[in-house]
Every structure is written in C-alpha cells, then in structure tokens.
Design a protein around this ligand. Sequence first.
Ligand code: ARG
Length: 265
Amino acid sequence: KSLVLVVGVGLLVSACGSGGQQSSGSGTGASGSGSGSGSGEKVYVVGTDAAYPPFQMLEADKISGHDIDVMNAIAEAGGFKIEWKNTGWDPLFDGLDKGTVDIGISSITITDKRKEKYDFSDSYFEANQLILVAEDSQVTKLADLKGKKIGVQAATTGEEVVKKAFGDTYQGLMGYDDMPSSVDDFFNGRVDAVVGDNGVLQYYVNKIKDKKFKLIKDDSFEKEYYGIMVKKGNTDALNKINDGLKKIKENGKLQEIYNQYFGSN
Ligand code: ARG
C-alpha cells in the first residue's frame, strides 16, 4: 500500500498508473493463469481498468487493490479460476461485448443504462460522487461550478452527474480516458474541479501532505453501488460470482478487505 512516497504531485498521480490510456491486454496473471488445459477447467478472464486507486492499481506491473482482492476472494470462495487483464475503462466494455473478457470488476456502478446490455452481480461496495476543488475555492455545491472547467473520467457516473447538471454539451466538461489524467490536469491547473468516486478522490487528497484541496458532496449525488459485470445472459459466470460473493459477505472476508483499504469505520 505504500505505493507512493513521491513528493511531487504529478509523480504521485502517474505512479498510480496513468499513461497507457487505451492500452489493452497487458495481462497480469495475478492468479489462475494458464488456459486450464489438462483439467479442462474454464478460466474466466477478468478485465479491469487498473488506474483507479485504491480499487485497482498497477504496482510494478502487478494489478492490485481493493477490487482485485475482492474478486480473487470471490473466485476462491466460489470455486472457479480467473485470469487478470488490464484492459482500461472503455475497452473493458468492448471486451465483454466481444467475448475477450468474461467478467468486469472496476468500481463499476450498477446503473439502469448499463443493465440494458450487461448483467450485474449483487453489490459489493457503496459509493458516491464528490467534487475536488482547491481549498480556498468558493464552490460549495455542483451548481457553483457553472462556467468552470470540470474534469471527469469519460463514460462514468461522474460524467453523468455533470451532464445532468449542465447539459450533455456543456463546454467546460473535460472527459479523460482514465481518472489519474483528470486528477493530473486538476493539479496542473488545467481544470477547476474534478468530479469522481469518493474512494478515489479521497485517496488522492490523503496522499497530499499540505492539503490545499477539499472534497465537496452535492445534495444531488445519489448513493451508488458497485457490482461485478458480465455480458447479458452469462448466468454461468454470474451465479458463480454471486455464490462466492455471498460467502465472503457471510464469513467476514469482504469486510476484512474493506478495512484493509479504508479503515474500520
Ligand atoms: N463508479 C464509476 C462508474 O461506474 C467510475 C468507475 C471508474 N472505474 C475505473 N476503474 N476507472 O461510472
């Protein structure tokens, strides 16, 4: 977890796995590699965007983080084999469509829109959006950002709340391929604010010694629930996932992983 001891903020952010925006398929066999030949057992390919600390990150070429631990524990409890693939965000959805990825876990919020094309497991995490601004900023709510440049990761619920507030074609909306790039641009002064998931923004703010930034919650931000995603109709994988998830909820493993990354309160 001491992945970043760097002083410079730019370094801090990029150390958490910025860079290769759309880089696909740099597989990091965290567990269950091998095609299962011999036993003939299926190995499920799990895709993720490993640039979302502390949920998914890349440390020395190895994928790690809260969601990685959760998925590994689910596979173990559910009795199935998995293989990790760092797809990036948009390509994760493409991969599920094309069948090159079986399972997606990437702090993915369960939304009605996504449910049209994908099936979700039971939820394993509760989240909400937050706004990152400078500490001396006058902004106290989302509406105060009108006319300002707002960074988001494209095609996320963060982008959605901004579009909902200011319209789909809002000029100030800056969509990035990955989260670290939006945070980088905020620290560089290229955007006035970033809207994103609480766990991730909190992670970045906590890493900064002399806190010149603050996080704001708007009243309109609803509770979001992360789920594990499969292609619509893939009940085989979904049942195994839900079975494993139920077990790690019951035996305390899920809570244990949560505590490890977010403390016990
Ligand atoms: N929870 C948000 C969503 O589902 C953001 C998730 C982004 N995840 C990531 N690994 N970049 O839209």
